[in-house]
Design a protein around this ligand. Structure first.
Ligand SMILES: C[S@@+](CC[C@H](N)C(=O)[O-])C[C@H]1O[C@@H](n2cnc3c(N)ncnc32)[C@H](O)[C@@H]1O
Length: 261
């Protein structure tokens, strides 16, 4: 039997972090969607400005770790929270003719930009687009050879549900890969990174995109996300085997990998 809350406040289970604030869990996704709807048109430019182009190298590293097959044998990737399509695009460009991708995102504004970009890059025949929530993917069990999520999972309200879904949609032998901001482990670089995060990025957002708020959320959500090893443990708890992770730029970002065995 479930216990009813005893006060007017929501029970702890019903709340979730939105940046440094606690909000009702069922309202959080709407707030996240508002953030990405408001930044969609400038998302790619702001990514370059805020990371000094580093996000491109990190995404290259993720796709290199995946090592898409170069053959004509069919190999299906789902790029979840794929936004404007950086991972799906790199995967298709690196892989052979058997590689196909689904770009999936909850936000139609982000997905529209991804669709235009990838079609313009001549990848139309090998990519499909789907609006979907990482917590309840609109695909059958065991559909994909690989699942990637880049800078997406910290935006999801229930990370454990998203991990369970990633496990469900992967075939046996399939691979989970996640690229996410993490905990910088290099003294001094961590101080510089803090300054950049809390002082520079919101100002850049205000100057280049007209509002600091969405960028403040992005920075705060990074700090609330579990560090490297606790996140690896969450991936193991979802059922994945051979879980490992690699730091990028001193741990400012990290890539996690696991296998559905
Ligand atoms: C920071 S962007 C990352 C986009 C892209 N993967 C990249 O690396 O550039 C985060 C994306 O997560 C999407 N997102 C947020 N919550 C989601 C959810 N529950 N399910 C699927 N996508 C989600 C947002 O719409 C946004 O496009």
């Amino acid at each position: 039997m479930s216990s009813a809350p005893t006060s007017g406040k929501p029970a702890a289970d019903d709340t979730a972090s939105f940046g440094f604030n606690e909000v009702a869990a069922d309202a959080r996704q709407r707030l996240v969607n508002d953030v990405f709807a408001s930044v969609a048109g400038r998302y790619d430019l702001m990514n370059d400005l805020m990371s000094g182009g580093l996000h491109r190298l990190w995404k290259d590293d993720l796709v290199a770790w995946l090592a898409p097959p170069k053959t004509a044998r069919r190999f299906d990737l789902i790029d979840v929270a794929g936004g404007t399509g950086d991972i799906a695009g790199r995967f298709l460009e690196a892989g052979g003719p058997g590689c196909a991708a689904v770009l999936c995102d909850i936000n139609p504004a982000m997905l529209d930009i991804g669709r235009k970009r990838l079609n313009k890059a001549g990848l139309a025949g090998r990519i499909a687009f789907a609006i979907g929530n990482a917590e309840a993917l609109p695909f059958p069990t065991k559909s994909f050879d690989a699942y990637a999520i880049a800078f997406g999972i910290r935006n999801v309200t229930h990370i454990d549900r998203a991990l369970a879904e990633s496990y469900r949609v992967l075939k046996t032998g399939g691979r989970f890969l996640c690229l996410e901001f993490s905990a910088c482990e290099v003294p001094l670089l961590d101080r510089l990174y803090d300054f950049h995060s809390f002082e520079v990025i919101p100002r850049l957002g205000a100057l280049a995109a007209g509002s600091a708020e969405p960028y403040r959320y992005l920075v705060e959500s990074i700090r609330k996300f579990p560090k490297q090893e606790p996140f690896a443990q969450m991936i193991r708890s979802a059922g994945f085997g051979r879980v490992s992770w690699r730091n990028l730029t001193g741990g400012i970002a990290a890539m996690h990998s696991g296998w559905r065995i």
